[in-house]
Ligand binder design. Structure first.
Ligand code: CUA
Length: 329
């Protein structure tokens, strides 16, 4: 939207959600402008029309007007409910990534963005993605709170230390778009910027193939798993001192305290950095913490490796029944 001054008021619309977000904003702006003009117009009109004309003038008494009071209660109520309903529907659309979204990981760190593709490519302050495909980002931070912000996608999501948050977007046109950090995170916060490159699918495939020699994320996780000697306790046949990790992801795990937890990314992460928080039923809390020994990127690789450990066949197995199995890749 370029004006005569060649200043663009709005960033480019480059994702499926951006038009929806803008339409909602236009509606909110229109309602605000309308009522601002109405209220200020009424103030000036009444100030002049009903001004005091003499020192002894006494105005007539007025005892309310039911129709007026209902009107100024009901109309704003309807308007705010429209804002609520419309806002909630856009919010839900933004919060729920489509099932066929490509998964990627982002780690914020003072003061850079580190991005990892499942295929193994790692980028700093750059993210290459294909046009027309939904991308789901699972994000975490190595230090303080950051916020992943791509104005052209109308995407802004906080990135928190010690927690996984997700966001998603589906770019609609190839190009190069600003990536910002939108949460003050220290001295060089303003320099924590980057670019998102939206590429044609063939160009993206070529770009992906260019870095394939590093091995996939899960393969990186497998290497780490061996280096950290996790397999000494987590034996695949459940004969070790710790539970087997095969087929764990997506399952409901019974805990020593009688509760249950779904083995999602956040649970796997916590079990690595704070293993005694949720101990599996029937096991001792004897696993050491790996906090500080593995970077958040390393944790993500381990998580991907554990996710890749599927049972060889869906044979009748002991242990808790699989609940809500969901494989991504
Ligand atoms: Cu990271 Cu501001």
């Amino acid at each position: 939207m370029g004006s005569l001054l060649a200043i663009s008021l709005f960033p480019e619309q480059a994702s499926t959600i951006s038009t929806e977000v803008d339409h909602l904003l236009y509606f909110l702006l229109a309602v605000s402008v309308f009522f601002t003009l109405l209220i200020f117009g009424a103030i000036f009109y009444f100030a002049v029309r009903y001004r005091r004309r003499s020192d002894t003038e006494v105005p007539p008494e007025i005892h309310g007007g039911m129709a007026l009071e209902i009107a100024w209660s009901v109309i704003p109520f309807i308007l705010t409910m429209v804002m609520f309903g419309w806002g909630a529907s856009v919010f839900f659309a933004m919060s729920r990534p489509p099932d066929d979204a490509i998964e990627m990981y982002a780690v914020g760190k003072q003061w850079m963005w580190k991005l990892q593709h499942m295929e193994g490519q790692r980028e700093i302050n750059e993210l290459h993605i294909p046009v027309g495909r939904a991308v789901k980002l699972t994000m975490t931070s190595e230090d303080v709170i950051h916020s992943f912000y791509v104005p052209a996608f109308r995407t802004k999501a906080d990135v928190l230390p010690g927690r996984y948050t997700t966001t998603w977007f589906q770019p609609t046109k190839p190009g190069k778009y600003h990536l910002f950090c939108a949460e003050y995170c220290g001295n060089k916060h303003s320099g924590m910027t980057g670019w998102v490159y939206v590429m044609e699918p063939t160009a993206y495939a070529a770009w992906l193939a260019g870095g394939a020699q590093q091995g996939t994320l899960a393969e990186g996780g497998q290497k780490l798993f061996q280096e950290l000697a996790c397999g000494n306790c987590h034996k695949p046949d459940n004969s070790g001192r710790c539970p087997s990790l095969v087929g764990l992801f997506g399952r409901t795990v019974e805990l020593a305290d009688g509760g249950t937890v779904k083995a999602d990314e956040a649970y796997l992460r916590e079990s690595i950095v704070n293993p005694t928080a949720q101990v599996v039923a029937g096991y001792q809390p004897n696993m050491p913490t790996f906090q500080g020994l593995v970077s958040e990127e390393g944790v993500l690789q381990l998580v991907e490796y554990i996710k890749s450990l599927t049972p060889p066949a869906a044979a009748g197995k002991k242990g808790p029944a699989p609940a809500g199995k969901r494989r991504n890749r």
